[in-house]
Design a protein around this ligand. Structure first.
Ligand SMILES: [Zn+2]
Ligand SMILES: [Zn+2]
Length: 249
């Protein structure tokens, strides 16, 4: 049973979200959740694509009672150096493309899915070495025309992903927006001792901090606060009394 709930995956107007950081914070506070802002970071002007924009984002949110993060666009070149990214409280990594296959492009109707799934693992491994991000976003999310092909995710692939997450020290996100991972993958991750995080991947008022699927899976897996990844080892950066925010194990 979770005592403390944190939505660690939200987007604001600083990338492709519709809400200001303050509006995201208000929605989270109304639900009694902690919240992490994790705007997209990668090439393309829908995301934080320059040091200047990264700087503006950080300074706009630094005094708010939120965790500061970004969601790295793992399949592409990241415009911010690993050193600069350390100014975040934690980092999310998400695969949104493999080579020329953009997961949100409806024109992509033919793809070698097993190959793409293996390449996805390779990208996660390589980018983790470079950026040592903390949370793997939406594990198992496929290109938009292939999302229903759930059979593509095999037992062998799930095992490889869990092994990779163990090796790279990645928490597995339970994504309410994309309804991934499935229970099989999540159970395997729990068995292996991996940590989890909850993410709405909210971009607007409708989906912001909606954690239905994440909490449903957390319930099925009987997760407790100690099974979750906590930024800064549980310290709450916006409280002056250090350590007071540590979720009880
Ligand atoms: Zn994502
Ligand atoms: Zn996202």
């Amino acid at each position: 049973m979770l005592k403390t709930i944190a939505d660690l995956h939200t987007h604001t107007v600083f990338s492709d979200g519709r809400l200001s950081p303050q509006e995201v914070l208000r929605i989270a506070a109304d639900k009694g959740y902690r919240v992490g802002l994790a705007d997209h970071c990668g090439p393309g002007n829908f995301q934080l694509d320059s040091r200047d924009r990264f700087e503006k984002y950080l300074s706009a949110i630094q005094d708010l009672p939120v965790y500061r993060a970004v969601e790295l666009d793992l399949g592409r070149e990241i415009p911010i150096s690993p050193e600069e990214l350390k100014r975040c409280h934690y980092l999310i990594g998400g695969v949104h493309s493999v080579g020329t296959a953009d997961f949100f492009d409806p024109r992509i109707t033919e793809i070698d899915l097993p190959l793409l799934l293996d390449e996805m693992l390779e990208i996660i491994g390589l980018q983790s070495q470079k950026y040592s991000f903390d949370i793997l976003a939406h594990p198992g999310l496929l290109p938009c025309n292939f999302r229903e092909q759930k059979d593509a995710i095999t037992g062998g692939w799930r095992m490889k992903l869990v092994e990779l997450a163990l090796k790279c020290n990645l928490a597995i996100e339970l994504s309410s927006r994309w309804l991934v991972p499935d229970l099989k993958l999540a159970s395997m991750a729990k068995e292996a001792g991996l940590k989890f995080s909850l993410g709405s991947d909210g971009h607007d008022a409708d989906k912001m901090c909606r954690l239905d699927y994440s909490l449903e899976l957390a319930g099925k897996l009987e997760l407790a606060d100690r099974d979750l990844f906590w930024p800064l080892n549980g310290a709450i950066p916006w409280q002056t009394n250090p350590g007071s925010g540590h979720p009880s194990p």
